[in-house]
Design a protein around this ligand. Structure first.
Ligand code: SF4
Length: 269
């Protein structure tokens, strides 16, 4: 039984933000088979519910299949997702792949395992999508993940990039979508409590994951508390990029830039 009261405004807000992202980035087309990557965390459960809501609206005709990659982390509660998915009547597949042992074997004790772990997970998910004939994969990243990733890349990788709402995989075989791209993490957390999802803890691997991400999250939240609206403004900025006003020589042919060519861009500025 859900312990949190139903909040219709919250549900409406999530629906609105999901529709907004789905339409803005043209995420779903009739005839799609979308493989919904389900980890058992609040974000992926919410994403599955949101995609089912869009399906039920009847505005788009597509199919979904939920896929969980069981990476064989010690203590992974294998029964939770199959029981849940059977209960709600969603087609699913559990893929067992012991990436945990590979990561443990390759990464020295005390070092963070997330980068290799994520790469192996991604590879397995793409292979599964191909086998299932799914043309799209849906991931549960939300607005806060996107902002945090932008700052993680700025701080630690020297790159101005984040998680796009939609992209083509390197092998060009799949389109990856993030239907929660416009949703706030706090709304997802409240919705998840309301739905009383059987959450699988994300600490089973024992990795140090998230120390940097957690620090960035705290930084962004403290900014937003001090200057309300700052996160919103940064998120808007990501949708309003002016490559000519950055310093990347691959985007801007500075060498051959001539007076007449720059006039329109300066006017725009
Ligand atoms: S937290 Fe654990 S399961 Fe998640 S990416 Fe890192 S190593 Fe993998």
């Amino acid at each position: 039984m859900a312990s949190v009261k139903k909040d219709n405004r919250l549900i409406k807000r999530l629906h609105k933000h999901v529709w907004e992202a789905v339409l803005k980035y043209n995420m779903i087309s009739d005839g799609d088979l979308i493989m919904v990557c389900l980890s058992g965390g609040k974000d992926s459960y919410t994403m599955l519910d949101m995609l089912r809501y869009i399906q039920l609206s009847g505005d788009m005709s597509f199919e979904i299949i939920a896929v969980n990659l069981d990476q064989k982390q010690p203590g992974f509660p294998e029964h939770i997702l199959p029981e849940y998915l059977q209960k709600i009547g969603v087609k699913y597949e559990i893929v067992e792949k012991d990436t945990y042992s590979i990561v443990k074997d390759k990464i020295p004790e005390g070092k963070t395992m997330c980068s290799l772990c994520s790469r192996l997970r991604r590879g397995n998910l793409y292979t599964t999508a191909e086998r299932l004939g799914a043309n799209k994969l849906a991931l549960g990243h939300h607005k806060n993940d996107i902002l945090e990733t932008l700052f993680l890349n700025l701080f630690y990788s020297g790159r101005l990039e984040t998680m796009p709402p939609k992209y083509l995989t390197d092998n060009k075989k799949h389109v990856v979508i993030r239907p929660l791209a416009h949703c706030e993490e706090s709304d997802i957390a409240k919705f998840s409590e309301m739905q009383d999802y059987p959450i699988i803890p994300c600490t089973l691997c024992g990795s140090q994951e998230g120390l940097q991400r957690q620090a960035v999250k705290e930084l962004l939240n403290s900014w937003n508390n001090k200057y309300p609206g700052r996160l919103e403004s940064m998120f808007t900025a990501m949708q309003n990029v002016r490559p000519t006003h950055l310093l990347d020589s691959e985007l801007n042919d500075f060498t051959n830039l001539e007076k007449d060519q720059i006039v329109p861009e300066l006017i725009k500025a």
